[in-house]
Design a protein around this ligand. Structure first.
Ligand code: ATP
Ligand code: MG
Length: 225
């Protein structure tokens, strides 16, 4: 079953002389339960593509159908509602709230969900444990290393139970052992039925995915499984 579809998506930043075509006509279909890696050189448009998939940014032209709904025609409020229900995002630079503790950062996506606090707390604790960060629960992100912050960002993305998890270089700041552990966790999450799309520069990470999409100069140039 198709979970999302991009049709001839373009993204142009800036105007006139400073214009950059970050995406130059991308067609992409992702099926429910896919585990997909996006690879390509720096500046090829990977983060731009992921941001559009995650409804964090809007395309300049083209059509985006997410779970049967035309996102390109949605108003902001409707769009953020759909995004909150359907998508979790691990940002390239984590985007943690510095003034919140690790625990509260991971709890954030659950604040607006309506089920008992005890269950929310247990979910947060479960993912802190899975990612080996339970001992930092009361610390602030700025007191942690890059790799530790990355694990907090990943726990925050996993806790919300969204259908689609998007991650920009999720293993980028991790040492190889922690990176491998994270990939095992992501594989498990994928096997439980979630759709995962991740950007990576790492061949070993890409190998764990079901297939790899290669992007160059804002275009998909290859797909290998
Ligand atoms: N907000 C922005 N304003 C202007 N240009 C931008 C903006 N974001 C990205 N770009 C440009 O769009 C192109 C694609 O950028 P993008 O961040 O998608 O690349 P990337 O493949 O993720 O690179 P990296 O591997 O370095 O993270 C680049 O030329 C970049 O300079
Ligand atoms: Mg990027």
């Amino acid at each position: 079953m198709k979970i999302l579809e991009l049709k001839n998506i373009t993204k142009i930043y800036g105007k006139g002389d400073s214009e950059t075509k970050a995406l130059a006509g991308v067609d992409l279909t992702i099926e429910k339960g896919d585990f997909c890696a996006i690879m390509g050189p720096s500046g090829s448009g990977k983060s731009t593509l992921l941001n559009i998939l995650g409804c964090m940014d809007t395309p300049t032209s083209g059509e985006y159908i997410l779970k049967g709904q035309d996102v390109s025609k949605m108003k902001n409020k409707q769009l953020s509602k759909l995004r909150n229900q359907v998508i979790s995002f691990v940002f390239q630079y984590f985007a943690l709230m510095d003034e919140y503790t690790v625990f509260d950062n991971i709890m954030l996506p659950l604040n607006c969900q309506k089920y008992p606090y005890k269950e929310k707390k247990d979910r947060v604790k479960y993912y802190m444990k899975r990612l080996g960060i339970e001992k930092y629960a009361k610390k602030k992100p700025t007191q942690l290393s890059g790799g530790q912050q990355q694990r907090v960002a990943i726990a925050r993305a996993l806790v919300s139970n969204a259908d689609i998890i998007l991650a920009d270089e999720p293993t980028g700041a991790l040492d190889s052992t922690t990176g491998e552990e994270l990939m095992e966790l992501l594989q498990e999450i994928n096997e439980s039925g979630k759709t995962l799309i991740l950007v990576t520069h790492n061949e070993k990470v890409a190998e764990k995915c079901n297939y790899v999409i290669y992007i160059e100069d804002g275009k998909i140039v290859d797909k290998l499984s």
